[in-house]
Design a binder for this molecule. Structure first.
Ligand code: ADP
Ligand code: ADP
Ligand code: ZN
Ligand code: ZN
Length: 788
């Protein structure tokens, strides 16, 4: 067996034909500034090749003749990638219980050893599927396993006379596409406008709006349309959820008491608890319960096996989840750790695991645990390769690979490979000087004064595990929200504060997410002029969205193309230069590739032959500005584009485009391509693109920026730039609320609110507040210890 995985001539994306070796059976960390080529190496080269060989091995006869992205790789073994972008594609209906198979084990346990309530015992032998709400035998016959019943609440839709017609369709959510055309037609026919409020309609018009105008127009009426929409799938799953929140009457099914399970499951218990009760317990509590009760229960082997799995989940920092929790509601870090747990449980060895920042979302104390677990994987004979920025993680590694020195074109070289100790003396690396303490991240020593009269107050915060909190957030300064994972940080900020602010202010946010109305009260918004929520959600839904479209510069570029003399002569409009309009290739719809399913949920992509992988039709490609066509411009990195659009002498000069590009460069994204497709943009990069977009607008004060772990994916030097930017923002009289674990970011806050003490049922309290300096001296504070 080879001692090393040897890679020769890696050259995908920005990699500069590099040779590398990675020791097998060891823990290797890949470091480098964001955009230096870490993912290109770890995921696009190693993982893709591992997958390709596996597909060949499994007899899948599907070969693509893409240009090779490396010369040779030897020493490869079966490869598993635990990366957010890859695992997000998993089944949306899966839960923590189904993913880990602990749900199945519970069902077997109940079917085999459950105690039945004699008055419901029909004599049928129990079977496993009677305890599964998605199986015909197990589901409640009334709600079909959903637990809730939905109907449309007419009053809720039409009672407010001030509602405008277009907003009837749920805050414009559904006022688009076919529905929009039909409503517009309806309005035109009946002499209405979409901005008209309901109370101005005649009874007759209102009736037609509600139930349709008997075929005079193609609009079928709001009520039939909503009802049919659910059935015909014109309303997507996501919209469906929003609709039922906004307009529907969502009632808990009384037959199954919201459990979604049938009679058998409802009336069978183990140690006095039903399967639903156990599924809803926090993992840690379930583990304690089974451990305590197991001596008195039959099925010891099965229970022990479950306890082993639950232990493992507690170890990876998932104690605060329940088995019933849907996987899509988990954060990126939680999903990664859930996958990690299932691999550990599967007891595989001789595997190559590739992780993408496994420590994100973890508190300092939890990180140590995770490092231990990953080292155990290695001791069992696996190879672990992780892209990481965490110092302790690097210290724990057997081997370090540093790529760089900088991003994009200026990166992609192998700067270092070897031990951590040798790495510290590596002079070319942007990371090593921080490790060797030659360069230090900024730490705030003088905090901005807090004005007690200018506070944002949240009262009655009860979402998930929050204990009816009253929280006072000082404005005009930088406030950190800290706490172990599951302590309630996101429940408080993204779950409670943000929806309230959305309700009270018009938030600059394109995302029409559910506005979930809670009982919480928020006051003090009169001190905020504007609020920006800058999270890690993708910057668009379709593959044709990219930094250029998201930041708005693409509109300007298209117009520039449309106003060239060639375009005017041929009668081309701006739409011809858009991928999802006339300009998009007819075959791939602007996607540039065609996807083929090759089995086992794996896809292979091939360049579209109709457009040669450009995504554009030929007419669009023929027009140029300063010798560059639209695709060539989209292929430019931000830094290249600054040179192109920034030259005052050239026909491409555009001050506005430049301004936005320069802010992208300031947040460390000079390497990103204008047309880089959304799926290849990481959560951290998305967040920084959003930040740049907001910063690119005219500056001001009294704005509130809400950020969620902004240093995710950032090396020390990139973090330093970002922190400077945040300090600049608050310096100009704006407020920042930042959910963070990183002690460096927290020590640059003026005020910290720490939740805890634990996660899930052990959390939900405020355990400490004050300046970083005060928290260091506060014994109740956990993060305080790490700020020292
Ligand atoms: P890191 O993981 O170190 O942040 P990446 O490997 O993601 O860096 O990116 C390295 C370079 O390759 C960057 O310039 C990035 O813009 C580019 N890149 C990444 N993914 C793609 C892609 N799918 N297509 C084209 N360029 C890409
Ligand atoms: P943090 O952000 O501090 O990691 P969260 O606010 O995400 O903590 O979680 C607090 C508690 O609420 C946890 O026990 C978590 O499992 C639970 N929780 C969070 N989101 C949801 C959700 N969408 N559905 C059910 N429970 C949730
Ligand atoms: Zn039911
Ligand atoms: Zn095409």
């Amino acid at each position: 067996m080879n001692e090393y995985i040897e890679i020769k001539g890696a050259r995908i994306h920005n990699l500069k034909n590099i040779d590398l070796r990675i020791p097998r059976g060891r823990l290797t960390v890949i470091t480098g500034v964001s955009g230096s080529g870490k993912s290109s190496l770890a995921f696009d080269t190693l993982y893709e090749e591992g997958k390709r060989r596996y597909l060949m091995f499994s007899g899948t006869q599907f070969m693509v003749d893409a240009a090779p992205t490396f010369d040779q790789i030897t020493g490869l073994a079966p490869t598993v990638a635990v990366e957010q972008r890859i695992i997000r594609q998993s089944n949306p209906r899966s839960t923590v219980g189904t993913r880990t198979k602990i749900g199945n084990m519970l069902a077997v346990l109940f079917a085999t050893y459950g105690r039945r309530d004699p008055s419901y015992d029909d004599g049928l032998p129990l079977s496993m599927d009677m305890f599964q709400r998605n199986s015909p035998k197990g589901m409640c016959v009334k709600c079909l396993g959903n637990g809730n019943l939905y109907s449309i609440d007419e009053d809720k839709i039409f009672s407010d006379g001030k509602t405008q017609l277009k907003d009837l369709l749920v805050e414009r959510l559904l006022y688009r596409g076919g529905a929009r055309k039909r409503l517009d037609e309806f309005c035109a026919y009946h002499g209405l406008t979409v901005a008209q409020p309901l109370h101005t309609l005649s009874d007759e018009q209102l009736l037609a709006l509600k139930y349709g105008d008997r075929g005079k127009t193609s609009f079928q009426g709001v009520i039939p349309w909503l009802l049919n929409g659910f059935k015909c799938g014109e309303i997507s799953g996501r919209q469906n959820g929003i609709l039922s929140e906004a307009y529907g009457k969502k009632e808990r099914c009384t037959k199954c008491e919201g459990t979604g399970l049938g009679e058998h499951a409802m009336h069978t218990t183990i140690a006095g608890k039903t399967i639903t009760t156990l599924e809803n317990m926090y993992i840690k509590d379930l583990n304690d319960f089974l451990t305590k009760e197991k001596s008195g229960l039959p099925g010891m082997t099965l229970i022990n096996e479950m306890i082993l799995k639950l232990d493992c989940m507690v170890d990876v920092g998932l104690h605060h989840l329940s088995l019933s929790r849907p996987v899509p509601t988990l954060s990126g870090g939680e999903i990664q750790r859930l996958f990690l747990a299932s691999f550990i449980i599967a007891q595989m060895d001789s595997i190559i695991f590739i992780f993408d920042e496994p420590t994100i979302g973890l508190h300092e104390i939890e990180k140590a645990n995770l490092i231990q677990i990953i080292q155990n994987l290695v001791h069992r004979g696996n190879t672990v390769i992780a892209v990481e920025h965490d110092e302790n993680f690097m210290r724990a590694a057997d081997y370090i690979i540093d790529l760089g020195p900088d991003a994009g074109f200026y990166g992609g070289q192998r700067i270092f490979q070897g031990s951590f100790d040798d790495f510290m003396t590596c002079e070319l690396s942007r990371t090593a000087p921080y490790l060797a303490d030659q360069r230090k991240l900024p730490v705030k020593t003088t905090y901005s004064k807090i004005n007690p009269a200018k506070m944002l107050t949240i009262e009655n915060a009860c979402l998930h595990n929050l204990r009816n909190l009253k929280v006072q957030i000082p404005l005009g300064v930088m406030v950190g929200i800290a706490g172990v994972s599951g302590s309630g940080k996101s429940s408080l900020i993204s779950g409670t504060l943000v929806p309230k602010l959305k309700e009270l202010l018009t938030i600059a946010d394109e995302d029409e997410e559910t506005v979930f109305l809670s009982d919480a009260r928020v006051s003090g918004i009169e001190y905020i002029k504007k609020c920006f929520v800058i999270d890690q959600k993708p910057i668009g839904r379709s593959r044709t969205s990219c930094p250029a479209t998201y930041t708005g510069i693409f509109d300007r570029i298209r117009n520039m193309f449309a106003s060239t003399s060639d375009s005017i002569e041929r009668g081309y409009g701006a739409g011809l230069f858009s991928l999802n309009s006339e300009g998009g290739c007819r075959q791939c719809k602007g996607d540039r590739v065609i996807r083929y399913h090759v089995g086992f949920g794996n896809y292979i992509e091939q360049n579209c032959d109709a457009c040669g992988g450009t995504g554009f039709i030929d007419e669009a490609m023929e027009i140029t500005i300063e010798g560059k066509n639209i695709r060539q411009i989209l292929e430019m990195s931000v830094s290249e584009a600054i040179a192109f659009f920034g030259n005052e002498e050239s026909a491409a000069y555009d001050k506005n485009i430049c301004h936005i590009l320069l802010t992208l460069e300031r947040v460390g994204l000079g390497y990103i391509k204008l047309g880089q497709q959304t799926p290849t943009i990481s959560g951290g990069e998305s967040q920084r693109i959003k930040l740049a977009k907001e910063l690119g607008k005219q500056s001001g004060k009294d704005r509130l920026y809400i950020l969620d772990e902004p240093t995710t994916g950032l090396s020390f030097s990139d973090s330093e730039k970002l922190i400077k930017l945040m300090l600049e923002l608050t310096g100009h009289g704006n407020s920042i609320i930042v959910t963070e674990h990183d002690p460096v970011v927290l020590s640059n806050c003026d005020y910290i609110i720490e939740l805890g003490p634990g996660g899930g049922s052990d959390g939900g309290f405020i355990i400490a507040t004050g300046t970083p300096e005060q928290l260091k001296r506060n014994e109740k504070s956990i993060i305080g210890r790490y700020l020292r």
